[in-house]
Ligand binder design. Structure first.
Ligand code: NAD
Length: 255
């Protein structure tokens, strides 16, 4: 990608795996200063080691996005270190095993909402407070195509991603005149550890084929395709897009 983010401070949650790790590497290559966080400290350490940046270019902060104190501390650590927060990618999230709605436990439902919805909400509160002080900012919430259409056997996940889009659109309207753009990115299934885990087991190969067949382009996406969309959404060249839930889904939501 030839979009540059030189000296922009970019905060990425869930940076220890999948899209978040890929985003850290790509934004890093594009010149950004990185505030990386994850609940999984070994994944985060792996991302930092792949980047091989000094503290002038990247810091790693362990953070559970569902914990208000940890989110506040992580955001403050980035601002104290780099002096600003230009771009925030709220990417941390969890999915569930494929299961009918009636078989989802209350515990699993609550965990899904805590990480995917409360996590994005808490991060946005901290980020928007700083962006208001600066008078500028860009937020991308990583939702899902399951936030746009129904997702059988993923009801709790789909509900959480619909909620992320609701937060995105509402906040975008509240901050549209404050020079802060807020969009949601909605991927269909891509090969990351999250999806590969769902596709494990005896029926995994068939499920993978079924997913590919359900996507008009006939295949799963790649992390690079999603991260390139993310970078375009964040770019200054894309200065008139806010409040959108943009699908990167091989045509799935058009069907
Ligand atoms: N992979 C896909 O096909 C796909 C499709 C649509 C949307 N998404 C969304 O993209 C985002 C990234 O998913 P991925 O596929 O890269 O998954 P992944 O499992 O590879 O990465 C998710 C990261 O989030 C972290 N995380 C989980 N709970 C956390 C918490 N409480 N606090 C902080 N970090 C936490 C994990 O440790 C992990 O490093 C998620 O929000 C997911 O819902 C993924």
């Amino acid at each position: 990608m030839d979009i540059r983010f030189d000296n922009k401070v970019v905060q990425i949650t869930g940076a220890g795996s999948g899209f978040g790790q890929r985003a850290a590497l790509e934004f890093g290559k594009a010149g950004a200063k990185l505030v990386l966080s994850d609940i999984n400290q070994s994944g985060l350490a792996e991302t930092m080691s792949q980047l091989a940046f000094g503290p002038d270019r990247a810091i790693a902060v362990a953070c559970d996005v569902s914990n208000p104190g940890e989110v506040a501390a992580m955001t403050k650590a980035g601002i104290d270190h780099f002096g600003a927060l230009d771009i925030a990618i709220n990417n941390a999230g969890i999915a569930n095993e494929l299961v009918r709605l009636c078989d989802i436990s209350l515990e699993d439902f609550d965990l899904m909402m805590a990480v995917n919805v409360r996590g994005a909400f808490l991060c946005m509160q901290q980020q928007l407070n700083q962006m208001m002080v600066q008078g500028s900012g860009v937020i991308v919430n990583v939702a899902s195509v399951a936030g746009l259409i129904g997702a059988p056997y993923l009801a709790a996940y789909a509900a959480s991603k619909h909620a992320v889009i609701g937060l995105t659109k509402s906040a975008a309207l509240e901050y549209a005149r404050k020079n802060i753009r807020i969009n949601a990115l909605c991927p269909a299934s891509c090969h990351t550890p999250m999806v590969d885990q769902v596709l494990q087991g005896d029926k995994g190969e068939k499920r993978g084929q079924d997913i590919a067949n359900s996507i008009p382009m006939g295949r799963l996406g790649s992390a690079d395709e999603i991260v390139h969309g993310m970078m375009w959404l964040c770019s200054d060249q894309n200065s008139f897009t806010t409040g959108q839930a943009l699908a990167f889904d091989g045509g799935l939501s058009a069907a």
